[in-house]
Design a binder for this molecule. Sequence first.
Ligand code: ATP
Length: 236
Amino acid sequence: MTLLELEGLTASYGPVQVLEGVSLSVPDNGAVGILGANGAGKTTTLRAISGTVRAGGRIVFDGKDIRGLRPDQVAALGIAHVPEGRGTLGDLSVRDNLRVGAYLRRDRKGIAADIDFCLELFPNLQDRITSNASALSGGEQQMLAVARAIMSKPRLLLLDEASLGLAPSTAKNVYDAIRHLRLTLGIAMVVVEQNANLAFTLVDSATVLETGRSVLTGTSAELKGMDEIRRAYLGG
Ligand code: ATP
């Protein structure tokens, strides 16, 4: 079953059209990457899905066209967005950031159990549970941003540049944890990532954007084998 389908997605900032036809299909439990150069429209695609940018075309989630819904309505359907720059709340503790992630939920026992689950998944956060988010390292903040998103019990996670600004070993740890999360919870994901090598450790397939258009889609194995992908995104 397909969980999310983008068809001919378009979007503009004022007079400047930045998406001109993005197509993408995410199966239930699948993880799909979006690759592309700076400015290709990757972040805007995620914003269109989460309702923070107005879009044209079709955005079908779980069989319903959700284009035009407000961000809170999209979130309530089970789509959680981990934005570039992480968006954790610096003045709040790690625990309170996790609670904020669960703000739509009323099951107190379930929330407590899921906080424990997140702390098992990201043991660094356990050690910093009472620290303000602003006191965490970049890698810890990224883990907190993912954990906070998980607290809403999403069916689909939108992940924007989770490796940005992190040392390579830290980025790998973050991706290892996200992969574990994917295997454990079976959450579907759309993964925007500059570092294609890292993306391919997590996603089953990916689409390549060029100036706001999907130009190539394939499985991770197919894409890794293509010379133009290797040259453009894999450092050789
Ligand atoms: P990056 O990795 O640099 O974030 P991207 O592929 O995610 O690149 P987008 O951030 O989606 O690309 O940006 C697509 C285009 O839209 C770029 O040309 C960018 O300069 C422009 N853009 C992005 N945000 C805005 C905005 N708020 N107002 C005007 N133009 C914007």
